[in-house]
Design a protein around this ligand. Structure first.
Ligand code: TXA
Ligand code: MG
Length: 326
């Protein structure tokens, strides 16, 4: 059975071929997708997101067969990683073909490529027979969407077609590995870990250096709620919550395994996969509680928690009302 009805598929394909932007489920987060070969269509994504034009987009492809169409150099490591992890939550940065529009790559000489594992995304990519540029379907700097309803909340009539693929299984964005330089480098941690990547291609560096391509997911403030947010170990969190309440403040908490005291908020199972899966939806719900402060239990350190810690740290840095908010 195909994941999309023939009507829904035809409608989505017509929109993409007509240069429109649609909401697309992937296994990581929902994307705002447009024909990556159509510069005018891609510009609409930037306008919708309010994203600076020099922040490059990931091009989604149906399989590794399409790699040479987008990348002028496909190193052995890229074939190996595609073989090991595609379809899946891994994006590779490679030197781009001249045909890739500048608007997709933010004027850089590299392009980000990913084959997503969601059945709807894959079906659409196969039928579309091209690449789909798709950033996460949130306004720039804000919380990424993991349900179709999140995308509709964010863009409303601005994005009339949002394909509903249910809850995103992974829940946080893909791991980004840069294969365009001398050494492979992880630019954004994700649920495919450094260890998993090293098993396939050997040692990789972590974090960008001065020569690395720009990745907006690596800005300090990102993935952020509007409510001020603090991350604290459990004991400190409970003390802070009590103190804030004593001051008459409304507190919303995110805790692992159990809500303690008379705190209001959300509990996620204390496992990295489960936290990644539920994190963005939880942050959106907590943000909507209109509390004065959001207190988030600090997850354990350690390799399995790296990607979740990365997103939470950036969310805490960026939290707070927009500068131009009334
Ligand atoms: O899981 C994901 O990767 C999701 C889903 C929709 O596929 N997409 C996503 O896209 O997270 P976005 O645009 O929110 O984040 C893409 C990241 C950005 O940090 C961007 O700067 C980086 O990828 N990126 C894209 N192309 C790049 C390039 N050529 N060089 C360096 N970074 C690049
Ligand atoms: Mg994003």
């Amino acid at each position: 059975m195909s994941p999309l009805s023939s009507t829904r598929l035809a409608e989505a394909l017509a929109a993409l071929r007509g240069g429109e932007v649609i909401g697309l489920p992937t296994e990581t987060v929902y994307g705002l997708a447009a024909d990556a070969a159509n510069a005018e269509a891609v510009k609409k994504i930037f306008a919708l997101k309010g994203r600076p034009a020099d922040h490059p987009l990931i091009v989604h492809i149906a399989s590794s067969d399409a790699l040479p169409q987008w990348a002028r150099v496909v190193p052995e490591a890229a074939w190996k990683l595609a073989q090991a992890f595609w379809p899946g939550p891994l994006t590779m940065i490679l030197r781009k073909q001249a045909s890739v529009p500048d608007v997709v790559t933010g004027g850089q000489d590299t392009v980000g490529l990913r084959c997503p594992a969601h059945p709807i995304a894959l079906q659409l990519l196969r039928e579309f027979a091209g690449g789909l540029a798709a950033p996460s379907a949130n306004r720039f700097g804000r919380i990424s969407p993991t349900t179709a309803a999140h995308v509709r909340d964010e863009f409303g009539a601005g994005v009339p077609i949002v394909l509903d693929g249910g809850d995103c299984e992974v829940g946080i964005e893909s791991t980004i590995v840069d294969l365009s330089g001398d050494v492979p480098r992880i630019l954004r941690p994700g649920m495919i870990s450094q260890e998993q990547i090293e098993t396939v291609i050997g040692a990789v560096a972590v974090g960008g250096d001065h020569a690395s391509p720009r990745a907006s997911g690596t800005l300090d403030a990102h993935y952020a709620p509007r409510t001020p947010m603090l991350m604290l170990a459990r004991t400190a969190l409970l003390a802070e919550a009590q103190q804030q309440r004593a001051l008459g403040k409304r507190v919303a908490v995110l805790m692992f395994d159990a809500l303690v005291d008379d705190n209001e908020g959300i509990v996620l199972p204390g496992h990295p996969d489960a936290v990644a899966h539920g994190l963005y939806a939880a942050l959106r719900t907590l943000d909507a509680m209109a509390a004065n402060i959001l207190l988030v239990e600090r997850p354990p350190e350690g390799i399995a928690w790296l990607a979740v810690n990365d997103r939470l740290r950036r969310a805490a840095v960026g939290a707070g009302p927009d500068d131009d908010a009334p």
